[in-house]
Design a protein around this ligand. Structure first.
Ligand code: CTP
Length: 425
């Protein structure tokens, strides 16, 4: 994310940019977290390299302990280069003794990935014949394991029993995946992908539920303005962006109402869903809901015009031109901006095809919003029906936050992070 104030000088801009980059980095849930990775002898050890890279990229401090047999699969050199820390394997060498107690106390979390059948059995029975096991037995932090084994080993009763045991010790198990195994067979037992492991850690240990106790509403999708019983004026909005924002607000602890136009949105676990069709119905639902919430996000593509009359019967062809008389709909965002109370946060969108920044800033002011999220139809990866979006967020103080092209889920995270940092941090 980059931020520039409109009239900053070049040096100011560099300073602000650095500050905002720092501010953004600190948004990562893993920033500064100390993660101790244990690697055991399994072909899946190669995935640990990607996992460590991901964790380091997210701002975590990573140290690695490996069993002697893990060295047959990955090298200490690779792991120490990626983790930026020495890799430990032995309890002691000629000169020093590895302080396993301190390592276990240093970590916020110990993650054993991959966990082999052999190490699992030793963990379940308190064996301690290598450094990794000594650290495990003396760890005071939560321990998470990502198993990797062939399907038959995975299904063996002794393995099941050992997992039950370590679970009863309070250790958490990241489910294995189905797929091609090292044996060439296809089945259950693959270690979870690094992204899944990261997600597990964040959801179970590092999730910031900064919006706990807050209420929010998000509008999404198009509106349909009826012409007659079989025709309407509508637009191509899929509602995906609004849904992603609603889910993200919910994930951060807010109680969320999703007000959806006629897009194919089914009920979503945890969200209150209100379905509407026309701009007028959306206006009524949004104004009613906004009174009782802390945050309102107008992501819907509300029709600006609606037919003056809805014909009772289907309009028949006459062989002549047909003129439809349209009247302007209520501007919902503007109306919410007028009612907005001091502590409420109002976010609008601007979908533009030209003079993007100027139009977005005008909307911010005219509609009394706190933030305007701009997406331009000139970006090929942004807009209606796409799975990706590229946004710039403008705030009232004149700051501007630019983001790269991302999936709509990731964009939703950026929007919610910005709301939290600007209004609730
Ligand atoms: N919006 C609204 N009510 C309307 C039209 C738009 O609340 N009747 C909201 C949208 O949900 C969005 C913001 O206003 O958050 C900007 O929408 P956009 O279509 O970009 O702009 P308009 O206000 O409709 O202006 P114009 O069509 O002239 O660009």
């Amino acid at each position: 994310m980059k931020s520039l104030s409109p009239d900053a000088t070049r040096d100011d801009k560099a300073g602000i940019k650095n500050k905002i980059l720092l501010f953004c980095d600190s948004i990562s849930m893993l920033q500064g977290k100390k993660i101790l990775i244990g690697i055991t002898g399994s072909i899946a050890a190669y995935k640990s390299i990607f996992l460590i890279r991901l964790l380091v990229k997210e701002g975590a401090e990573v140290k690695v302990v490996m069993t002697p047999s893990a060295r047959d699969f990955v090298t200490s050199l690779t792991l120490s280069t990626i983790s930026k820390n020495p890799v430990l394997t032995e309890l002691f060498d000629e000169q020093s003794w590895a302080n396993h107690v301190m390592l276990g106390r240093w970590a916020d979390i110990m993650l054993i990935a991959p966990l082999s059948c052999n190490t699992l059995a030793k963990m379940a029975h308190g064996l301690c014949d290598n450094l990794l096991l000594a650290v495990y037995l003396s760890a005071t932090c939560p321990v998470v394991v990502a198993p990797a084994m062939d399907e038959d080993m995975w299904n063996h009763p002794s393995t099941k029993e050992n997992f039950r045991k370590i679970e009863s010790f309070g250790n958490k198990i990241i489910p294995v995946e189905k797929g091609e195994l090292a044996s060439g067979l296809h089945g259950e037992g693959r270690m979870a992908e690094p992204e899944k492991i990261l997600q597990f850690l964040v959801e179970n240990f590092f999730s910031i539920r900064s919006l706990k106790g807050k209420k929010a509403f998000v509008s999404a999708g198009p509106t349909y303005e009826p012409i007659d019983p079989v025709r309407f004026i509508g637009n191509y909005s899929s509602g995906k962006m609004g849904v992603a924002i609603a889910k993200e607000l919910y994930n951060r602890g807010a109680e969320v109402t999703l007000i959806s136009g006629p897009a194919s949105i089914d009920s979503i676990n945890g969200l209150h869903l209100v379905k509407v069709n026309t701009a007028e119905e959306m206006y009524n639902a949004c104004t009613r809901t906004f009174k009782n919430v802390d945050i309102g996000v107008m992501a819907a593509a509300v029709a600006d015009y609606t037919p003056v009359r809805k014909e009772k019967d289907k309009i028949k062809k006459t062989g002549k031109e047909l003129l439809l008389e349209l009247k302007q709909t209520q501007d919902i965002l503007k109306s919410l901006g007028e009612q907005k109370k001091k502590k409420q946060v109002l976010v609008g969108f601007a979908l533009e095809t030209s003079n993007e920044k100027k139009n977005a800033l005008e909307k911010l002011k005219k509609k009394n919003a706190d933030l305007i999220v701009l997406n331009s139809l000139n970006d090929t990866e942004a807009g209606f029906g796409k799975d990706t979006n590229k946004i710039t967020i403008f705030e009232r103080g004149g700051k501007e936050f630019q983001f790269d092209t991302k999936s709509k889920q990731e964009v939703a995270k950026d929007i919610v992070n910005t709301i939290i940092q600007l209004f609730y941090a």
